[in-house]
Design a protein around this ligand. Structure first.
Ligand SMILES: Cc1cc2nc3c(=O)[nH]c(=O)nc-3n(C[C@H](O)[C@H](O)[C@H](O)COP(=O)(O)O)c2cc1C
Length: 220
């Protein structure tokens, strides 16, 4: 068997009494039994990241940034070690929770999400299944140069969505999670292989270089 992909499952709600605790164990168990992944759960409760406060003065060495807080550095390092990501998100005001957005924003200048796949598992108290949050999440992770996957998992009516064993009561949920994990493994391997063959520099660096060239006086 080939080396397992390093899969990070990020739990995107930290709220006391959160419904995430119904969803996350199911996702983690499915990922562990899938066979393609070495699984690491990143519960944002265990990562009390300060609200984003980076600036040029907090970075230090751009190739090994210091950041404003040692926890931010550890968070960047841990994300950099991932090959693929599952983000478990509820819907808060038609988007993802601020803690999850901050966790993505905090991966700054390490490019830890770059050229890696992200699958979304969304859930909500109502009928929407966090579909709007998942759409937002796809837009957000694109800017982190990650690859959001088409096949997401929606869990509506989350408080009634699992039986006493923790299994989903709707077979669609189990099927959707299986499909998302299969896609994550395929994309994870494809992108890992591509990264190993070499990557372009991040777009922001290439754009800066192009603008510096454009601004330089023409050779006489
Ligand atoms: C601040 C806030 C905003 C919410 N906004 C939405 C929403 O826009 N759409 C929706 O379907 N549910 C919304 N809900 C209900 C959540 O789907 C539900 O509370 C869910 O359990 C939240 O996940 P959590 O318990 O793991 O934090 C909202 C809940 C909170 C706390």
């Amino acid at each position: 068997m080939s080396t397992p992909l390093n899969l990070k499952i990020i739990i995107g709600s930290t709220r006391p009494t959160r419904a995430a605790d119904l969803v996350a164990p199911w996702v983690e168990a499915a990922a562990r039994s899938h066979g393609d992944f070495a699984v690491d759960v990143l519960d944002l409760r265990d990562w009390p990241l300060p609200m984003f406060a980076e600036h040029a003065g907090t970075i230090g060495d751009i190739n090994d940034p210091t950041y404003s807080d040692p926890l931010i550095k550890r968070w960047n390092d841990i994300i950099k070690g991932g090959d693929a990501f599952v983000m478990i998100t509820p819907e808060y005001n038609h988007s993802i929770p601020a803690v999850l957005k901050n966790a993505v924003d905090s991966v700054w200048l390490s490019f830890g999400f770059r050229n890696k796949p992200v699958a979304a598992v969304g859930y909500s108290a109502g009928a929407g299944g966090a579909i709007r949050a998942i759409e937002h999440l796809a837009h957000i992770v694109v800017e982190a140069e990650a690859v959001p996957l088409r096949n997401a998992v929606l869990v509506p009516n989350v408080t009634a969505a699992f039986d006493e064993t923790g299994a989903p009561t709707d077979p669609v949920s189990a099927a959707a999670l299986g499909i998302a994990l299969d896609d994550l493994a395929w994309w994870g391997r494809a992108l890992k292989s591509a990264r190993q063959q070499g990557e372009h520099l991040p777009g922001i660096w290439r754009m800066r270089a192009a603008m510096e060239t454009a601004a330089a006086p023409a050779n006489q």
